[in-house]
Ligand binder design. Structure first.
Ligand code: GLP
Length: 230
């Protein structure tokens, strides 16, 4: 799964060096980031003209908090490649004005249409932090995290109480504005969400299902994540 995703990213950057990427966090894409860093070290890919937008960030959270997505991206990807700092975009979990932060992020994405969005999948069908209930038209905004998501992600924070109850996230329409989308899912904990995404109704109960409206969607799964599919 990670190899297939990394190969696609490399291929796309080679065909368009100024590629605009939407990027995820979580456990799922870690290996893909490692493979991309390796490709960079071997001089097979150059990130110097690439621009990236991250999908989401907890709110509120300090940038240097080890659980922030800003910290994650630095540790797992940015510090290993030659991407320009000025081409890195991530929502600011320290902002005092979330509306202003989200609106300007949304405007910037609309001006720099992503060529490729790489996405993970939440066990409840969320994408970015678009929790169940998120609409097809949703834009970059402040959201409340569901109990399920907070419980699952609390393993990183040490306890449920320490995990922020909110987040900033690209909306479903923001994500869908990308020219191509690749969703990655692995492990049996994702098999129900994958089934809903692929075979269920297209509606807000599983925001990932809205991705099926996209003309250029690729879903890459391992066998466990695919095991509930007909
Ligand atoms: C997190 C992130 C998502 C991510 C998903 C799955 O909460 N907000 O962007 O795709 O949940 O995470 P994991 O890959 O660790 O299963």
């Amino acid at each position: 799964m990670s190899r297939a995703a990394a190969d696609t990213v490399v291929h796309e950057i080679i065909s368009k060096p100024s590629l605009v990427l939407t990027l995820p966090t979580g456990d799922t894409p870690k290996k893909m980031y490692q493979l991309l860093a390796k490709e960079y070290r071997k001089k097979r890919v150059d990130f110097s003209q690439v621009t990236c937008f991250n999908l989401d960030e907890y709110y509120p959270i300090k940038k240097n908090n080890k659980n922030s997505y800003n910290y994650y991206m630095n540790k797992n990807f940015w510090s290993h490649i030659n991407i320009k700092k000025s081409n890195i975009n991530i929502l600011n979990g320290e902002t005092k004005n979330t509306k202003k932060e989200c609106d300007s992020y949304e405007r910037k994405i609309r001006k720099n249409t992503p060529d490729l969005a790489i996405l993970g999948l939440g066990i409840n069908g969320h994408v970015g932090f678009n929790e169940p209930g998120s609409t097809l038209n949703s834009k970059t905004r402040l959201v409340s995290l569901s109990r399920e998501t907070r419980k699952r992600n609390s393993k990183f924070f040490g306890s449920y109480k320490k995990i922020p109850s909110s987040a900033l996230t690209m909306g479903m329409s923001t994500i869908l504005s990308s020219k191509k989308i690749i969703l990655l899912a692995s492990g049996k904990s994702k098999r129900q969400a994958v089934k809903q995404l692929v075979e269920g109704q297209i509606d807000s109960s599983c925001p990932a299902s809205f991705l099926r409206n996209h003309k250029n969607l690729v879903i890459i799964l391992d066998k466990s994540a695919a095991s509930f599919l007909k």
